[in-house]
Design a protein around this ligand. Structure first.
Ligand code: GLN
Length: 389
């Protein structure tokens, strides 16, 4: 038989999602793949029940149901402080996963170069390979995960077509400062590059940090594809509703890509989520408070156990330093952690371009009782996983 496509040879399945299956196998508390174990807002669930008996069972408009686009445009105009047109500046996608893939396909041709910060959310690597583009990785240096301005400029200078910006950042928890973003903007302008953002954690940012929408920086609306999703904001990761916001000339092209990739996100769910988009500021304040509490609970617990970790400024991930266990393979460490300690984590190596094997990622989008159970299990870590050096 002929060989299957060579473009699929250079990446594996998603380690993040594989770890969920590992957790299920061992009955581990799943702090690997980032999704909540608590309910979405009641108003959304109520609307979901109604929608089942209304006329939303056939395709929505391919670039998104009118109601949803209007509600999203109103909400994002408010948060971004920039008017978003519901008809010409939005494409609703199947999660931000499709939004990112469609955005990359909208911007690049095979052989084009794309800048990706490392560590990075693992989908970007596969996105770039699947479209036949070439990644240029630029390191973010711990503990602050800052980039070196000269290294970033050197990357732009290699004729980069676009930069992928995950802000707030998964897995580092970095929230880019306005100054950093302005510097990136100046390079995007100078080297005439697009910026594709992944802002799914836009509402999960901890005091005193603030989220700045890249597209709203001076001159950046024209060259930014803002990708995000309703998954994290409304605790509906399984609904697969995401979007691209960009100026009309870009959205025209993104609509074509999206149309042939997936036709559209699930029509009943597009309708059911609308009440969420109509929530006022108090919902977003509540969400921030909720995740601040969860972050503090997990970090305090890790401190009590004595495990060194990062302190996220945004998003809901923390990187734990496992150097003292002396494992060559962080994947093997995570397998043992799930099997013997009963806690699921993602090996850090799946996020880094550099050869990193001493970090694992936990997420805290879980009920407090789930986090306490995970901490309880982690207390026995040194008895269950013997340090190897
Ligand atoms: N963003 C989530 C994570 O990093 C997972 C998203 C997904 O699996 N689609 O764990």
């Amino acid at each position: 038989m002929k060989k299957l496509s060579s473009r699929t040879e250079s990446f594996t399945d998603s380690v993040i999602r594989r770890m969920t299956r590992v957790c299920n196998r061992y009955g581990a508390v799943n702090l690997s793949q980032g999704f909540p174990d608590f309910e979405p807002p009641a108003a959304i669930l109520k609307r979901m029940e109604e929608v089942a008996h209304e006329d939303f069972h056939q395709y929505a408009v391919t670039w998104g149901a009118q109601n949803l686009r209007e509600a999203l445009a109103a909400k994002q105009s408010r948060f971004m402080g920039h008017p978003v047109d519901p008809n010409s500046e939005i494409v609703i996608t199947c999660g931000s996963t499709e939004a990112m893939m469609a955005a990359v396909m909208t911007v690049t041709d095979p052989g084009d170069r794309l800048i990706v910060f490392s560590p990075f959310y693992e989908n970007y690597g596969a996105d770039v390979i699947l479209v036949g583009a070439e990644p240029i990785y630029v390191p973010l240096y711990p503990p602050e995960f800052n980039f070196d301005p000269a290294e970033l400029e050197a990357a732009f200078r290699q004729n980069a077509k676009a930069l992928i910006l995950c802000n707030p950042s998964n897995p580092s928890g970095k929230v880019f400062t306005r100054e950093e973003l302005l510097f990136i903007a100046s390079l995007a302008e100078k080297y005439d590059a697009y910026v594709i953002t992944d802002e799914v954690y836009e509402h999960i940012v901890y005091e005193p940090y603030e989220h700045v929408y890249f597209a709203t920086l001076p001159g950046m609306w024209e060259r930014t594809l803002s990708c995000s999703s309703l998954s994290k904001t409304y605790s509906i990761t399984g609904w697969r509703i995401g979007y691209i916001i960009a100026p009309p000339e870009i959205v025209e092209v993104a609509k074509k890509v999206h149309d042939f990739l997936t036709v559209g996100a699930a029509a009943p769910l597009q309708e059911a989520v609308v009440p969420g988009l109509l929530f006022d500021q108090s919902y977003y304040d509540w969400l921030r408070g909720l995740y601040t509490g969860k972050r503090d609970l997990l970090l305090r617990g890790l401190d009590d156990i004595g495990i060194a970790h990062t302190v996220p400024q945004g998003a809901y991930y923390v990187l734990l330093d496992i150097s003292r266990y002396g494992f060559e393979s962080d994947l093997e460490f995570c397998e043992l952690l799930a099997r013997d300690v009963g806690v699921g984590a993602v090996p850090g190596s799946s996020f880094f371009r550099e050869p990193v094997n001493h970090l694992i990622r936990l997420h805290f989008a879980k009920k407090d009782e789930t986090l306490l159970e995970a901490l309880n299990r982690l207390e026995s870590i040194d008895r269950k996983i013997a340090p190897r050096r």
